[in-house]
Ligand binder design. Sequence first.
Ligand code: COA
Length: 255
Amino acid sequence: MSQKQLKTNLAEGILTITIDRADKMNALNIALIEELGQAIEEVYENDQIYGAIITGDGEKAFAAGADIAEFANFSPVEGRQMSEKGHAVFNRIEACPKPIVAAVNGFALGGGCELAMACHMRIASEQARFGQPEVNLGIIPGYGGTQRLPLLIGKGKAMELIMTADMVKADEALRLGLVNHVVESGELMAKCEEILQKIFSKGPAAIAGVIRCVNAFQKADGYPLEIEGFAGCFGTDEFKEGTTAFVEKRKASFR
Ligand code: COA
């Protein structure tokens, strides 16, 4: 798929990256992940860009996860490649020396929640909903969620959210520490811009150092294990039932 699925806009040092697939709840297909990777490289390289905001088009979704219709027939090898690609791009977001903020305007589920968590901060609108619903599909989170969710909200609550696939509303996400601020939807972008402009007034090398060192705090490295576990789910009966049920718009029956 070569059509562009991201919109970008550069103003006042901020590159706003908007996932532009509102008709599919901004679900992240492989081509979109690649495009996102290119946009992030632009943030690294372009001296006119001091920081970035990642958001989703439309009223409903930030990103409702990886594209289930696309990966439903993936083999374990393809599942591994998919997970490795997502990890590579999300790690570049996390390691970016310039601040990157997620403006979560709606559903942030699965890969969408993982994308938001890879950003340095998350600002949510009151409509935002967060969750890791992968087990509904017979898989585990594959874009860093098993590692970043416990880091942000603690192991016990992360275990609960990932194993139950429960969604949390914006106010609960704030209470858990999953998001930094919750604002009315009309104020979402302005709040992100305000925080970024404040950061831009500081020394850029110091900010890059903060990002590098705070990231170093977290390095118990379960990420390769997650890629292994994610790939291992593909092709199983659970995976077939979970993804087929989503595509057929019915509830999965695992036993
Ligand atoms: N992958 C592929 N397509 C998706 C998708 C995803 N992750 N999430 C939503 N879509 C598509 C739907 O299939 C639908 O397409 P259609 O109009 O061609 O039928 C469209 O986006 C609108 O979604 P719909 O489910 O009709 O909207 P809703 O308001 O009833 O429900 C959600 C919204 C987000 C609760 C629901 O779409 C959902 O549960 N999505 C999957 C979330 C998920 O499991 N993510 C983890 C993936 S690993």
